[in-house]
Design a protein around this ligand. Sequence first.
Ligand SMILES: [Zn+2]
Length: 125
Amino acid sequence: MKVRVKKELIDGILSYSRDMHPREIILLLRGKAGNDIEVNEVVMPPGAIQGLGFSGFQPHMLPFDLSIVGVVHSHPSGSSSPSVHDLNHPYGRITMIAAYPYRSVDDVTILGKGGQMLPFEVVAQ
Ligand SMILES: [Zn+2]
């Protein structure tokens, strides 16, 4: 399985993470999921809580939407490893983590449902 993410999306997530720091951000990832996953858009989840040391949303408030491929949240601690909570509560097929200092794609990690690191490609379009 390959994951492709638009460059402007990564840049947007990194700058939003910087703006919100030290709060933790959470956004839904929207795109196409087949054998490969394409991430094209981010959406603010309903009932989003973006706090100090935690973030979350209300999954029951989500419309049934097959275009949601996963969730991105930030780690203001700077750790790129998933927390126990991240591993136990995946939502969608991929979990993206943007770790402090949110400088570049090197600060971004994508995990699959089992918590395994997924290689991903940043695409211009
Ligand atoms: Zn986390």
